[in-house]
Design a protein around this ligand. Structure first.
Ligand SMILES: Nc1nc2[nH]c(S[C@@H](C(=O)O)c3ccccc3)nc2c(=O)[nH]1
Length: 263
């Protein structure tokens, strides 16, 4: 899963059309490099970021989703917590909803159910602008994550979203300390008890920066190590910025795990 940020702070030049063309070129390259899916996010979940209005998020996301689908025939996931954005993106041909708030926003369960799309449920404690204050957990991090995801799966099935449409994501970096992230990564296979596909997102995140003392632009090697481990632990989707190197890391790990077969 290639990450496509369409927040203005992810493009130095600002300007919507420049952003749109740049986004499409970026997405096309990720597809050429082997991405199975493009994740389009219009709300920067940066801690402390000012919340984006729904209209602004729609203005950023919808033109990109529409062109990715119509011009590139891409499988697009939309990284949003907003019911309106879910609805519009599904209408424009998005193939998956990726919600870092696991459909907890008012109306999100209903919008996701109505969309008929697969949904990735991710664990986050609190809200992006407060999550890093709450990194002390009463119970173990892995039990906190499992319990949370179990409740969200129940909420989804109760809202008419069949569990076969769900994917799970432990939410690395969302309200978690380095120790939490490493411990959770080591126990990732515990999530297989739900028998649902796992999506893992660690690309360029501070867990790599903190573990290695690397700036955000120097975290690729760290994430390739994590990628190989995630493949071994049975993860099925890896949400990354650097698609080409990640495809090699996945293929190499897969060749070992499948004893010599390579795609
Ligand atoms: N499913 C799934 N969706 C995701 N969206 C993101 S945004 C994150 C980033 O660093 O990309 C981020 C966090 C904080 C600020 C900016 C960007 N992370 C994930 C993830 O780990 N899993």
């Amino acid at each position: 899963m290639g990450i496509l940020n369409v927040t203005p702070d992810s493009f130095s030049d600002g300007g919507r059309s420049a952003t749109l063309d740049a986004a499409l070129r970026n997405a096309e390259q990720m597809l050429i490099d082997g991405a199975a899916m493009i994740d389009v996010g219009g709300e920067s979940t940066r801690p402390g970021a000012t919340p984006v209005s729904v209209d602004e998020e729609l203005a950023r996301v919808c033109p990109v989703v529409e062109r990715l689908v119509s011009e590139l025939g891409a499988l697009v996931s939309v990284d949003t917590s907003s019911p309106d954005v879910m609805h519009e993106a599904a209408r424009l041909g998005a193939g998956m909803i990726n919600d870092v708030r696991a459909l907890r926003r008012e109306g999100a369960l209903e919008a996701a159910a109505a969309s008929g799309l697969p949904v990735c449920l991710m664990h986050m404690r609190g809200e992006p602008d407060s999550m890093q204050q709450h990194t002390d957990y009463a119970q173990s991090i892995e039990d906190e994550v499992n319990e949370f995801l179990a409740t969200r799966i129940t909420a989804c099935t109760a809202a008419g979203i069949p569990r076969e449409r769900l994917l799970l994501d432990p939410g690395f970096g969302f309200g978690k300390s380095l120790e939490d992230n490493l411990r959770l990564y080591h126990r990732m296979a515990q999530l297989h008890e739900f028998n649902l596909p796992l999506l893992i997102g660690t690309s360029r995140k501070s867990m790599i920066g903190n573990a290695l003392g690397r700036a955000v632009e120097d975290r690729l090697a760290g994430n390739l190590a994590l990628t190989a481990l995630a493949v071994r632990e049975g993860a099925r989707l890896l949400r990354v910025h650097d698609v080409a190197p990640t495809v090699d890391a996945v293929d190499m790990a897969w060749a070992v795990l499948q004893e010599g077969t390579i795609r």
